[in-house]
Design a protein around this ligand. Structure first.
Ligand code: ASP
Length: 311
């Protein structure tokens, strides 16, 4: 029996986007979810769908990933991205596969390089120059590092320098992620980010850390966003997917973000899709926008509820 596919994407958790950017962000999330949905409705793989959705968001300068990534304290782009997918072959469960990259500055679409790490190397996570060498080998577009700096990101960095006497990194709303179920029953998740605005050079967040910023097993797939240190401390995505053994996707999302708030005191958000195509999405930050797709509802844009709301 064919399973109805499901796809969910997020555009980061944090302060609400400025009014002038809201329509653009909404449009960006909807077009990203539609790109992935087109693959799923044609019988394509969850992995291909989440990659297509994340690439669309990495290319959109309104989001903190790919072109549009926020800058380090010294004004550079250093991106992290990762992907994971389950493998059900002829009804047999094989272990999920994952790949990620950290501290890349010249890769136009870090999520494509994360996939190359997964598919072509024996490793799970590759950083910096070594990752960029792999990009060349697998013909993944590289650009000059300055070409990754979007004017909007530079302005936000300049405003941060002007405002903060003691410069502290700021979770800059706009990390992107996606999670999907395809009609073969496979699940996949991916996350891509510029990290946090004003971070020290070399800082690595949760987004490419398996179990923290992304995770999938045969029960579900998840992608996280927010203050990476707290997300890593609570192994947010893995713990949430494990909770699906006894809870709904929305129940697991809510429990785990509440736990993160209580134990790490951080702000974050999570999206989950379970193996029946049920969604979970919740945050404890200022706001978190998502878009979902199922064949029944089509593409929808929504604001995720915060853990304090009654949803
Ligand atoms: N989690 C990302 C990081 O800490 C940032 C974010 O999602 O806003 O690098």
């Amino acid at each position: 029996m064919r399973i109805p596919p499901a796809l969910i994407v997020h555009g980061g958790a944090g302060a609400r986007a400025p009014a002038g950017e809201r329509a653009g962000r909404r449009h960006g999330l909807l077009s990203a979810v539609r790109r992935g949905a087109e693959i799923l409705v044609n019988g394509g793989a969850a992995l291909d769908a989440i990659i297509a959705a994340v690439v669309a968001l990495e290319d959109n300068p309104l989001f903190n990933a790919g072109f549009g990534s926020c800058l380090t304290l010294d004004g550079r782009v250093e991106m992290d991205a990762a992907v994971t997918a389950t493998r059900l072959e002829a009804g047999e469960k094989l272990p999920s596969q994952s790949g990620g990259v950290v501290m890349v500055s010249r890769v136009r679409n870090p999520i494509l390089l994360a996939r190359a790490v997964m598919e072509h190397t024996p490793h799970l996570l590759i950083g910096g120059i070594g990752a960029e060498q792999l990009a060349r080998q697998y013909r993944i577009p590289l650009v000059r590092s300055e070409a990754m700096i979007a004017p909007r990101a530079r302005e936000r960095w300049q405003a941060m320098l002007a405002k903060h006497e003691r410069k502290r990194p700021i979770a800059d709303h706009g990390t992107v992620g996606a999670a999907a179920l395809d009609n073969h029953g496979n699940l996949a998740a991916g996350t891509s980010t510029g990290g946090v605005l004003g971070k020290l050079r070399g800082r690595i967040g949760d987004s490419a850390i398996l179990g923290a910023g992304f995770y999938a097993d045969e029960h579900g797939a998840a992608s996280a966003t927010g203050q990476g240190e707290g997300i890593m401390q609570t192994a947010l995505c893995r713990t949430a997917v494990e909770a699906l053994r006894s809870d709904s996707a929305q129940g697991a999302a809510k429990t785990l973000i509440t736990h993160l708030q209580q134990t790490a005191g951080s702000q974050a958000g999570i999206i989950i899709v379970d193996r029946q195509g049920g969604f979970g999405f919740v945050h404890n930050a200022g706001a978190m926008e998502i878009a979902t797709f199922t064949p029944e509802t089509g593409a929808l844009h929504r604001f995720a509820p915060s853990i304090d709301s009654r949803h």
